[in-house]
Design a protein. Structure first.
Length: 171
């Protein structure tokens, strides 16, 4: 099974957080790819890029997104049907973003976990609470700011548990 990472607005495809999580996925036998979106700050163009890439995917996959990348992964999942979504401080319900209502056509069998820091100064944690309540999915509110760097060990453990839920079905 493959894990596709989508980075945030101002970070890059192999920032420290994605690198750490990708290393964990590789250790557990998953293949990984991190999409480079640095050519645009437009979240909907990024989502379209991910959807286009995933159209060629023939095996089951997971989507992991941080901040704007969380939005990108969630919007792409409406068309691409991953087995799971792991969203870190996702940029949801942002006024300038095209999509404001999530899960309308999202397959109910997709496992979704959201991790958000209590002290997030960029995306209020209540945006993730709102989404998790509407979707009825796993929500982990942890100590940390938007980047979650001070809580990276906890994020890694949550990610390992998320991946373990798919380990019996890896292909």
């Amino acid at each position: 099974m493959k894990v596709y990472f989508s980075h945030g607005k101002e970070s890059g495809p192999w920032g420290s957080k994605i690198k750490k999580l990708a290393d964990k996925a590789l250790t557990l036998g998953f293949s990984v790819d991190s999409i480079d979106y640095t050519d645009t700050f437009d979240p909907d163009k990024r989502a379209a890029k991910l959807v286009t890439l995933l159209k060629n995917e023939t095996q089951p996959f997971l989507l992991v997104g941080s901040s704007m990348g969380g939005y990108v992964s969630l919007v792409a999942a409406e068309q691409a049907t991953p087995k799971g979504l792991f969203l870190l401080a996702p940029a949801l319900y942002i006024p300038d973003y095209q999509v404001q209502h999530y899960c309308k056509t999202l397959d109910s069998s997709i496992r979704i976990e959201v991790v958000h820091g209590w002290e997030d100064e960029v995306i209020p944690f209540n945006h993730s609470v709102r989404f998790a309540q509407q979707r009825d999915c796993f929500l982990h509110l942890i100590s940390g700011d938007h980047r979650l760097n001070t809580s990276i060990n906890e994020v890694e453990q949550l990610f390992i548990q998320f991946l373990a839920s798919f380990s019996l079905n890896k292909e």
